[in-house]
Each structure stands twice: as C-alpha cells, then as structure tokens.
Ligand binder design. Structure first.
Ligand code: VGL
Ligand code: ZN
Length: 213
C-alpha cells in the first residue's frame, strides 16, 4: 500500500518485555501483536514509542507497600492507584524492547512513569496530569495531525494515550488487532474499545489501514 500522509504518526505504546508472555506484568497474547506491528511500520514516516520506565521504589508496585497484593487499590499521593507487580524497572531487561521488534525507523522514545509518586498510563502526561513526557510537543513540531496507536495494554496505557491524543486535538485511531488487554476484569478490553469509540476515536483493523492513506 501507499504510505500514509506525512502528517500521520504511529505511536507504539509500551511494547516491552515485562508486558509480553513471561514478563512481570504479562498481557495475555501480547506477543501476537509483534508481527502485526512490524507489518504496520513501513506504512508510516513517523514512528514513536513510549516506554514504561519506573524506579525500583515506584509507588505503583505492591512490593513497596507492606501487606498489599497486586490488584489491590490504594491512594497514592491523593490519587486512586491499582497496585501492580514490580515491572519495567529502569535499566532492566523487563523494561527493554523485544529483539524481534524492528526499531530501526523509530524517531524517538518517550519514557513515562519515572516519578515514584505518581503512575503514568498515558504516553503524554502522568495520571495527575502534571508531568509531561514531551510527546505532544514532539508531534506538533513535526507537523503531525493524525495518530494511529498500537501496543500494550489496551485497558491501561493504550487507552489513556489514545484518550489524551484525542483531547489534545489529534485525529486518533486505534489499531485493534495490534493491541491486547490485561483484563483484570474479563470485559476490560471490550469496555476500553467502547470508551474510545465514544470519545471519537476510530477503531480499525490493520488490514484496513489502506483506507486511511
Ligand atoms: C501499564 C500497568 C502499569 C501499561 C503500565 O503499559 O498498560 N499498565 N504500567
Ligand atoms: Zn507501569
């Protein structure tokens, strides 16, 4: 197919070892998106990625709150926080990208979750909407008007990245077969898609990408 117009970017959210099978916060079937992402990449001039990148003492880790288990909810600095297994610790293999994924054409990587006091699901802002990763300015300076989003996990970081992109005024698309959900509750992935559609985000399958050139 013809490449998508140069005002379009592909945002790959948190495609990291710890979210893949065998990882600390494995997303079921997360590995199935890897070949799909690699087949998508040649269609985009601008590809950026986000990288979950936590200090070991991050407040979202159950291990850092005595007597808690992953999946429990706490209040962290005034915000409701789901506790997670320790994952994507800065500099570890779990935080790295899988070897099978072609990174040769990525223009930039935006790290998130670096502040131990607040989690960061969106690739744009932390959950308190104070810290800014720089992704928005990067896209605007590059003349990007449309973003296609893929990666992990659909019900957390992909969802919040897509919602922020839309709120910031980008025409926003989710590639539904290039994402997978954690599904702490079995319907979470389905609900995320409904929420994204209701927010004006177009959900498409990768095989239909050519409709958007
Ligand atoms: C994510 C939970 C915690 C994600 C990151 O990438 O979806 N989920 N940290
Ligand atoms: Zn995280």
């Amino acid at each position: 197919m013809k490449k998508l117009s140069p005002d379009t970017a592909l945002i790959l959210v948190d495609v990291q070892h710890d979210f893949l099978p065998g990882g600390a916060l494995a997303v079921p079937q997360g590995d199935e998106i890897l070949p799909i992402i690699d087949s998508l990449q040649p269609n985009f001039d601008t590809i950026v990625a986000t990288q979950d990148w936590h200090p070991a003492h991050h407040g979202s880790f159950a291990a850092n709150h005595a007597g808690t288990q992953p999946g429990e909810q706490i209040i962290l600095e005034g915000l409701s926080q789901i506790l997670w297994p320790k994952h994507c610790v800065e500099g570890t293999k779990g935080a790295d990208f899988p070897d099978g994924l072609d990174r040769s054409r990525w223009k930039s990587v935006f790290k998130k979750g670096t502040n131990p006091l607040v989690d960061s699901y969106s690739g744009f802002f932390d959950n308190a909407r104070r810290g800014d990763t720089g992704l928005r300015n990067y896209l605007l300076l590059g003349g990007i008007r449309r973003v296609f989003i893929a990666g992990l996990a659909l019900d957390y970081c992909v969802k919040f990245t897509a919602l922020d992109a839309r709120t910031l005024g980008f025409e926003t698309y989710l590639i539904t077969d290039a994402t997978r959900a954690v599904n702490l509750q079995p319907e979470d992935g389905k609900l995320a898609i409904e929420e994204l559609k209701a927010a004006g985000i177009v959900c498409l399958e990768s095989k239909n990408l050519a409709r958007y050139v």
